[in-house]
Design a protein around this ligand. Structure first.
Ligand code: SAM
Length: 261
């Protein structure tokens, strides 16, 4: 029997448990620093720029950028739990940062209010249809000033499919074991994630489906979203050690521009 997925899975999966199961990707400051190094290399960022970290989770990239003097970051995410985590981290450093709860397809933020929009850490492909990802790209374009830049960082779907691994597991700090069973769909990968604590028993048994894009598909998506000057860098990995890191490896970093007025 195939893996059955609730189309709204993404509304509740990104919680405190995710911060444990995905800690080796999203709670590792060295990795985040390397990712932000690439952001700074690929985009013409100025210290005074207004930067939207769309689907920014707990704001790890914005926190790193803020620490480097880019004080105009706003983090938008759907998950209250992750936003609270980011707010706590900013407050602990004494930083005033903007964390906003919203849906990336329709943020409610004012048009043309950012110089850059970042969509990092494989945060596309969660909503049910490709049309939803086009809506996210169009919303990013609406939020950018003319001439502003978007950067999308997703896993390379063509590599994921070629190296497809139907079963993966990893252990965290001797207690938590994360088991992932995966299945290839036409343009997505479906997964069942079972999380066990050796001390407490079952922590989570959930399924999800993520649409993947190869370089051509991603370039097409950005053009459909109205972007120009699409440029793709393949083969990015912020890690030094090989392993199965799911959607957080073999990344494509894509930049594009909203045409100047
Ligand atoms: C894998 S996490 C990555 C978060 C962050 N960009 C990072 O690299 O740590 C994906 C994030 O996208 C958010 N997300 C997915 N779809 C969204 C949507 N339609 N609107 C707002 N947030 C969304 C989730 O809540 C989650 O925090």
């Amino acid at each position: 029997m195939g893996i059955d997925v609730d189309p709204d899975w993404w509304k509740s999966l990104f919680d405190d448990v995710y911060l444990v199961t995905d800690a080796r990707s999203v709670c590792d400051e060295d990795l985040t620093r390397r990712e932000v190094d690439v952001v700074c290399e690929l985009l013409p960022l100025k210290k005074e720029d207004r930067i939207l970290d769309l689907c920014g989770g707990q704001g790890r990239h914005s926190l790193e950028l803020h620490g480097r003097g880019y004080g105009g970051c706003t983090v938008l995410d759907y998950s209250d739990a992750l936003l609270d985590c980011g707010k706590t981290a900013a407050a602990a450093r004494g930083w005033e940062m903007n964390f906003v709860r919203g849906d990336a397809t329709d943020t409610g933020l004012p048009a043309e209010s950012f110089d850059h929009v970042l969509i990092l850490g494989n945060s596309l492909g969660y909503l049910p249809g490709v049309a939803d990802d086009v809506r996210i790209m169009k919303e990013a374009r609406r939020l950018l000033r003319p001439g502003g830049w978007v950067l999308v960082d997703v896993t390379d779907g063509s590599v994921m499919r070629r190296k497809f691994n139907p079963n993966a597991w990893h252990e965290i700090e001797g207690d938590i074991v994360v088991c992932r069973e995966r299945e290839l769909g036409d343009n997505c990968i479906r997964a069942r994630e079972v999380v066990l604590s050796k001390k407490r028993g079952l922590v989570r048994d959930r399924t999800y489906a993520i649409r993947t894009y190869g370089p051509d598909g991603l370039a097409g998506l950005m053009k459909e979203g109205g972007f120009a000057d699409v440029s793709i860098r393949r083969g990015f990995s912020s890690r030094e050690v090989e392993g199965d890191y799911g959607f957080m490896d073999h990344r494509i970093m894509t930049t594009a521009r909203k045409r100047p007025a």
